[in-house]
Design a protein around this ligand. Structure first.
Ligand code: HEM
Ligand code: HEM
Length: 208
C-alpha cells in the first residue's frame, strides 16, 4: 500500500521517513567529525564533499516529503494519545519537516557565501551551482552559525521524538512505532495490550 490510510502510514511516507532520518543522523555525524575532530586535511576535504552531496540528497527528499505531507492525508492519531500528546507530536512533526529543509538550505548558503568559492560536486557527477548570495566572511560566518545551531537543535528534537516512539512501543505498547514500521498496526490503533484485552473479553464471552 503506497498511500496513507485512515489508520496507517503507506510505503511512500515510511520510506521517506526512515531514509531522511538515517541521512540526517549520518550528516550530523560527518559534520561533527569534519569540523570538531583533528583529522588529515585531505580526509577533511573529502568529508566536506560527501557531506554536501548527502546534504543535497537530504534536501531533495525533504522537499518531496513536505509536498507529499501537504497533498496526502495524515492518518488519525493513535486513539490512546491524550490531547496534549496529540498536540506535542503534531508540533514536533511540523518542526522536524521544516528543519529538514532549512538546515540543508543554510548549509548551501555557507558554500555559496564562502570567499574560498569551492564548487559543490554532487557525488563527482555534476556541480551544483551556488545560491545567488553575496560572498563575504561575515555572511559565511552567519550561515555557519545558523547551520550548526539548527543542525544540533534537529538532533535534540529528533532524539526526543525517537525516545517518545520507543516509550510508546515498550511502555505504552500502542501502535505509534509499528505503524511507522509498516507492520502490525491494529485497525483500532490500540496496540498489543489493547488487542490482548479485547481477545480476553471474546474468550470470556465464549466461555459463558
Ligand atoms: C540535513 C542536512 C544537513 C545536516 C543535518 C548538516 C549538519 C551539519 C553539522 C552538524 C555540521 C557541523 C557543525 C559544527 O559542529 O560546527 C555541518 C557543517 C557543515 N555543513 Fe552541513 N548539514 C546538512 C546539509 C548540508 C548541505 C546541503 C551543505 C552544503 C551544500 C552543508 C554544508 C556544510 C558545511 C560547509 C559545513 C562546515 C561549516 C564550517 O566550516 O564550520 N551541509 N553540517
Ligand atoms: C530513530 C529515529 C526515529 C524514530 C524511532 C522515529 C519514529 C517515528 C514514528 C514512530 C512516527 C509515527 C508517529 C505517529 O504514529 O503519528 C514518526 C513520525 C514522524 N517522524 Fe520520526 N522517527 C525518527 C527520526 C526522525 C527524524 C530524524 C525526523 C526528521 C526529519 C523525523 C520526522 C518525523 C515526521 C515529520 C513524522 C510525521 C509523519 C511523516 O510525515 O513522516 N523522524 N517518527
Amino acid at each position: 500500500m503506497l498511500r496513507n490510510s485512515e489508520t496507517r502510514f503507506g510505503l511512500v511516507t515510511i520510506v521517506l521517513h526512515w531514509t531522511i532520518a538515517v541521512l540526517i543522523f549520518g550528516l550530523i555525524l560527518i559534520g561533527f567529525v569534519m569540523r570538531r575532530v583533528e583529522i588529515d586535511p585531505a580526509l577533511q576535504f573529502s568529508l566536506y564533499q560527501w557531506h554536501k552531496s548527502f546534504g543535497f540528497t537530504a534536501l531533495g527528499l525533504a522537499l518531496l516529503r513536505a509536498i507529499w505531507w501537504l497533498v496526502e492525508r495524515n492518518p488519525s492519531p493513535v486513539p490512546s494519545l491524550s490531547p496534549l500528546e496529540r498536540k506535542a507530536s503534531r508540533v514536533t512533526h511540523d518542526t522536524l519537516i521544516a528543519l529538514a529543509i532549512v538546515v540543508p538550505l543554510a548549509g548551501w548558503a555557507i558554500a555559496s557565501t564562502s570567499t574560498l568559492d569551492i564548487p559543490s560536486f554532487y557525488f563527482n557527477v555534476m556541480v551544483i551551482p551556488h545560491l545567488p548570495l553575496a560572498k563575504s566572511e561575515a555572511s559565511e560566518n552567519f550561515w555557519i552559525f545558523v547551520h550548526a545551531l539548527l543542525a544540533y537543535v534537529t538532533l535534540g528534537l529528533a532524539a526526543i521524538h525517537a525516545a517518545a516512539a520507543l516509550y510508546h512501543h515498550f511502555m505504552r505498547r500502542d501502535a505509534v512505532l509499528t505503524r511507522m514500521l509498516g507492520s502490525g498496526a491494529p485497525s483500532s490503533g490500540m496496540g498489543a495490550r489493547g488487542a490482548q484485552k479485547r481477545d480476553d473479553i471474546v474468550v470470556r464471552r465464549n466461555d459463558q
